[in-house]
Design a protein around this ligand. Structure first.
Ligand code: DGP
Length: 127
């Protein structure tokens, strides 16, 4: 069910539960601001999700309400993950689905890092 990015934060969402340690994840990185783990349903040879540790529903919510420190910490964490995973030289793609038209599924803000092959053009239309 796609997420409405303007809804209040639901602290029972799956990524909130991963952050609390109630559900497992395949962790690749963690610092004060962010947790990164492998996507359960990878769409590329490398498919990592990076999530802020604080409760934000979406990119829209995070960019509006996140503190400068939270935003800087999160952005730096995304870059660190990509560097540590050796993705800079071959290249990678960042994606943040936001709201119904994007088919965002999990209502905790996350950035997808996809890599590991030539990824093709930006958007494949369902039409
Ligand atoms: P999005 O459509 O942008 O909300 O992407 C949500 C992604 O989260 C999707 O690629 C699958 C992934 N995902 C959903 N549930 C879990 C889970 O329990 N563990 C992990 N590692 N990934 C999950």
């Amino acid at each position: 069910m796609p997420v409405n990015a303007t809804l209040p934060y639901d602290d029972q969402n799956i990524f909130a539960r991963i952050l609390r340690g109630e559900l497992p994840c395949s962790k690749v990185y963690e610092d004060d601001w962010a947790l990164a783990f492998h996507d359960i349903n990878p769409q590329a040879p490398v498919h990592i999700l990076v999530i802020p540790k604080a409760p934000f529903v979406s990119w829209d919510d995070f960019s509006a309400r996140g503190s400068d420190a939270q935003i800087a910490g999160f952005i730096r964490a995304v870059g660190t993950v990509a560097r540590e995973q050796g993705l800079v030289e071959p290249g990678y793609r960042l994606l943040a689905n936001t709201g119904p038209d994007s088919l965002q599924e999990v209502p905790h803000f996350h950035v997808h890092i996809c890599a590991g092959k030539v990824l093709g053009r930006m958007i494949v239309s369902p039409d």
